[in-house]
Design a protein around this ligand. Structure first.
Ligand code: NZQ
Ligand code: ZN
Length: 390
């Protein structure tokens, strides 16, 4: 058991019509808001008009930054920071998925930092000790960005995708209405759903440290929630119950509540971030391809019991098997869920990815050392796992 600190100050409005509270929350921070969104999905579902009307009716002065990319670029963050300075923005409002929220967090930090370039913050060359307040309206259940202090930003010129992490970046308020996710396509629902699961598996569940049983049990319950409701949401996109469960699971998976303080590299995430930095693929899909291969690679007498437990408690694998057999069945069950039930392509080659950059990606994923996670991995191990994914 480890010591830990738990604190999370994000206020959540969950459910239908909660958005009506948006102006009141914005006005707590000021009258000038930067409204940040992506490529147009919020216009298609009527959310753009709804938010704009609410803000304008309350006398809030709105500036806009649209076109935030999935895998948000540092250049877009820099544009947003300039708007904040020019327009003396008081509060940043992100309406969208993890990419829009992450971009907005990075804007909030860069706007008040002593640089025009967020990449200097990410590389640690410039420190930031304040950030503009951020409010979010979530439209995809996936990243947990709505209630965490992380912001993952891509620099495509450098094939680099790295994160800022700070309590300063925690949203002050997040609005979660499952109805806003009815329009999320099946593919994105599948990717987001596995991202939720991966936040539990990669950050906490599979580790060398013992986790307190209460946390392990809740982690399994959240995993089972996703396993149950992701296929429902794919089959029936406007199933409120399914979308609500996925949305709240997204928030819980990474808001710190399931975390027992043990720090380890998030191996699958670091491997996936290399894939999206080089090939701009969807984060959750990269994780889905990497994770079963990683589990297969790290499977040995020491890791088998935890992998077996995951299979037994989350996928109903027979408990009476030996740990090695049970763990193998667990990996098979996870693969079946991802590639048959959720319908995700299972190989990197199907996404047009070959082994050209594997050595460089493995070097960067290992940050020049050993990834001391569930089982320690060096650069050659990581490259071997990438090859298993081809
Ligand atoms: O850009 P628009 O038009 O909004 O379309 C988006 C985008 O194409 C679309 N979409 C969003 N809401 C929709 C919708 N389509 C229809 N109906 C809706 N309601 O979905 C596509 C993907 O959106 P995106 O925001 O990229 O998805 P997601 O929420 O999965 O975010 C992924 C990003 O978050 C990072 C990932 O690496 C990736 O860059 N992560 C952030 C984390 C964090 N902040 O803690 C942790 C994660 O591990 C992850 O790394
Ligand atoms: Zn993730």
């Amino acid at each position: 058991m480890n010591n830990f600190i738990f604190q999370n100050g994000t206020k959540i409005y969950f459910g239908k019509d909660q958005i009506d509270n948006l102006p009141t929350e914005v006005l707590k921070y000021g009258r000038r808001a930067l409204f940040v969104y992506g490529g147009g999905s919020i216009k298609r579902i009527g959310l753009y008009d709804k938010v704009m009307n609410l803000l304008r009716s309350a006398g809030i002065e709105v500036s806009e930054l649209s076109g935030v990319e999935p895998n948000p670029r540092h250049t877009t963050v820099n544009k947003g920071a300039i708007i904040c300075r020019d327009k003396q923005i008081d509060v940043v409002l992100a309406v969208g998925g993890g990419s829009t929220i992450d971009c907005s967090k990075a804007i909030a930090a860069t706007a008040l930092a002593n640089t025009d370039d967020v990449w200097e913050l990410i590389e640690g060359k410039v420190r930031y000790e304040i950030a503009l307040p951020l409010i979010t309206v979530l439209t995809v259940a996936a990243t947990g960005s709505e209630m965490d202090g992380g912001a993952v930003i891509s620099n495509m010129e450098k094939n680099a995708k790295f994160a800022l992490h700070s309590p300063l970046l925690l949203p002050k308020v997040s609005f979660e209405n499952p109805e806003y996710t009815f329009s999320v396509p099946a593919y994105q629902t599948a990717c987001g759903s596995f991202d939720i699961m991966s936040h539990i598996l990669d950050v906490e569940y599979f580790s060398q440290s013992d986790t307190m049983d209460m946390l392990k049990c809740i982690q399994e319950d959240v995993l089972k929630t996703v396993i149950k409701f992701a296929p429902v949401a794919i089959a029936k996109p406007d199933d409120y119950e399914a979308r609500a469960n996925l949305m709240w699971a997204s928030t819980w998976a990474l808001n710190g509540f399931l975390y027992d303080g043990y720090v380890q590299p998030t191996v699958c995430h670091w491997m996936e971030h290399e894939l999206s930095a080089y090939y701009d693929i969807t984060h959750g899909h990269g994780l889905a391809i990497v994770t079963p291969r990683w589990l297969k690679y790290v499977l040995d007498e020491k890791t088998a019991p935890d992998i077996q437990r995951f299979g037994v408690n989350c996928f109903g694998v027979t408990p009476s098997l030996s740990p090695m057999e049970g763990a193998q069945k667990a990996i098979d069950a996870l693969s079946d869920f991802l590639f048959n039930k959720l319908g995700l392509k299972s190989r990197l080659s199907e996404l047009g990815i070959d082994d050209k950059h594997f050595a460089a990606m493995a070097r960067s994923a290992c940050r020049g050392g050993i990834l001391n996670g569930f089982k320690p991995l060096n650069q050659n191990d990581v490259e071997a796992i990438y090859r298993m994914c081809l």
